[in-house]
Write a protein that binds this ligand. Structure first.
Ligand code: UD1
Length: 412
């Protein structure tokens, strides 16, 4: 009989949680289906009927209730099996802390003992480490597994901003150069990987896993009370999120942006849930009192409330990766306050446009004078990505190194 497939999943920071949740749901669905087949007397050795066992690691890179726990609750993610509680720090400190604490967990993930550094044995180590996105936790855990010879699958591989001043770009390059299986959200990511010389058999276009979470949560998001709570009308407000160091860590840029938001709020209500990093910098620059009646500066919000704002806003202004994708799905006009994007498909297919602090005012005017909905939903953003990821992992564990499609996804 084929042994069960063991997956170790890692989540660390807010944008990871909506990428890990669909994997957890897909594993549960697969195991229920495999159990039913077994009861019907199906063939146990067939690959599709293998049970999948998983463990979940939370590195603790994000730790506030509003940055972490609310997402576990709303997305129905079970409590993590391991919490590394690394907290905040410089990039080096945070990365090093994750690596140090993750190593014993990885070696013993499937045993009860996690306190020692015994060499990995086949009954304690996972078949695959599965990492998502581009945060420090993604890169740190990949590095640990690669050094221990444990296979890594990267979900959301191949995205490139070509801007190495972004910490996430470094994380993407390191993760993709070490991972064994590169699961991409869109064709541009495949092209980037091919250009970097990644062998074709390691690349699989599976689609955008963020959209699985979005589709699943849409009915609940449409019940959200956030519009009523803040007196907002559908299609008559602007939703703002900003947290990138390039926008919020310098006094000049944050002051200029806040000035534009105050100005904009004289035309339309602006709702701005503030990331802890932005709040800290605003306080340091004396900008924390900038809110007024029409510029609503509020605490970070949960996932469903955020979906509700993205779907119903007249315009979204952001520097987040996830919001570029969610607005593309909703076809809500989006201005991304960055010189580049690692998600070009949101511009070529979707409703996203890049802007700068200098052009912000004119770009806002242009966006508000344009249509309410624009763009198309890119291929493979269909809510079925996690099933394809799992199909690849099941196929890849048998077919590793053999070129060909896996799951129901398209081979590169
Ligand atoms: C991290 C990710 C970024 C992602 C963002 C989403 C990296 C390099 N960056 O950036 O890609 O878009 O998360 O939120 O991995 N803080 C809290 N509570 C928390 C977490 C952070 O108060 O739960 C504060 C701390 O003061 C910390 C600051 O926010 O110093 C920044 O947090 P950090 O995890 O370093 O980076 P993010 O800016 O959140």
């Amino acid at each position: 009989m084929t042994r069960m497939l063991r997956l170790l999943l890692v989540a660390g920071a807010r944008p990871n949680f909506m990428k890990v949740a669909p994997l957890v749901w897909a594993i549960h669905r697969h195991n229920v289906a495999a159990g039913e087949k077994r009861q019907e007397g199906g063939k146990l050795e067939s690959n599709g009927e293998r049970t999948v066992q998983y463990r979940l690691v939370h590195t603790g890179q994000h730790y506030d209730d509003k940055m972490s726990e609310v997402f576990f609750r709303e997305l129905g993610i079970p409590a993590p099996d391991f919490n590394l509680e690394v907290g905040s720090g410089s990039h080096a400190v945070q990365t090093a802390r994750i690596m140090e604490r993750f190593e014993p967990v990885l070696l013993n993930a499937f045993s009860d003992r996690t306190s020692d550094l015994r060499p990995p044995s086949s009954d304690r180590k996972p078949d695959w480490l599965v990492v998502v996105g581009d945060v420090n936790s993604t890169m740190a855990c990949t590095l640990v597994a690669a050094k221990l010879g444990i296979k890594v699958a990267h979900v959301e591989a191949g995205l490139r901003s070509f801007d190495r001043t972004m910490p996430e770009e470094i994380n993407r390059i390191v993760t993709d150069s070490l991972a064994d299986l590169l699961l991409t959200p869109s064709e541009d990511a495949n092209e980037n990987l091919r250009r970097e010389g990644v062998p074709k058999h390691r690349i699989r276009l599976v689609g955008n896993i963020m959209i699985d979470s979005l589709v699943h949560n849409l009915p609940a998001a449409r019940q959200s009370r956030i519009l009523a709570d803040h007196g907002l009308e559908r299609g008559r407000f602007v939703y703002v999120t900003l947290h990138r160091p390039s926008n919020v860590d310098q006094r000049e840029s944050l002051t200029a942006i806040m000035g534009e938001l105050i100005r904009l709020s004289q035309e339309l209500p602006v709702v701005f849930p503030v990331h802890p990093r932005t709040r800290k910098m605003a306080a340091e620059f004396g900008l924390d009192q900038a809110g007024n009646g029409m510029l609503r500066i509020i605490d970070p919000i949960g996932y469903r409330d955020s979906l509700c704002l993205s779907e119903n806003a007249r315009l979204v202004l952001t520097d987040s990766g996830g919001l570029q994708e969610e607005t593309t799905y909703f076809r809500t006009p989006c201005l991304t306050l960055r010189p580049n994007t690692e998600r070009p498909v949101t511009v070529t297919h979707g409703s996203n446009r890049l802007t700068t602090t200098e052009h912000l005012r004119s770009d806002i005017v242009r966006a508000l004078n344009g249509g309410h909905r624009s763009g198309i939903i890119p291929p493979w953003w269909d809510g079925q990505t996690a099933g394809r990821v799992l199909g690849c992992l099941m196929g890849a564990s048998v077919l590793h190194g053999v070129e060909g499609p896996c799951g129901t996804g398209k081979g590169s």
